[in-house]
Design a protein around this ligand. Sequence first.
Ligand code: AMP
Length: 214
Amino acid sequence: MVILLMGPPGSGKGTQAELICQHYAFEHVSTGDLIRAEIASDSEHAGAMRALINRGKLISNELIFALIINKVCDSSKNYLCDGFPRTHEQAVMLDDFLSLQGMKVDAAVNITVPDMVIVQRLSGRLTCRVCKSIYNVHYNPPLLPDVCDNCSSPLEKRTDDSADIVAARLADYHVQSMPILDYLGRKGGLFYVAGDRAPGDVFAEVEKILKKDH
Ligand code: AMP
């Protein structure tokens, strides 16, 4: 089964993915995490990826596909795609790729959050470098400042969470990613969840969708 987690940057996709994977047998495939891992490992495309991500710009569809092609390929598994697809081309490429494996997108959950809330949220976001747990200094602070509750590793602020880069990412989201919702809506299986609430309340609604689909 393949579930897409959609929504603007800062809508809580990563947090919902963590909760889903704690409760259900899904593999979390986050293109953002895959890109950051490529950059950290200084791979062939690391420099180009770093330059784009630091400006809040999207990585090319081809590079994104090269990253996910070996990650979503076993029809006996459940995959949770987070941050992918982000362009109409990626959505079509994903459908074509999955159909070759005898798979399909079973449902898409779109988390909606107003832009103003996103700007505020991302200004306080901290991420664990190691286990990827997500905190927020305003709403969900770690027990010790800048230390992960889960694995005690240092927390960091993403370079692309600065105010000007967030504005660029949101602008790109509206132009490039929102049109995918029309495409997914026409195919069916697209669900909207209001994300401007506590993570547990959002998850309760996401769970209802997952259970309907299981
Ligand atoms: P995220 O962690 O999902 O917020 O992604 C961080 C950044 O990685 C984005 O701002 C983009 O620069 C890049 N990125 C992540 N997923 C994609 C994708 N599907 N297509 C293109 N760029 C992506």
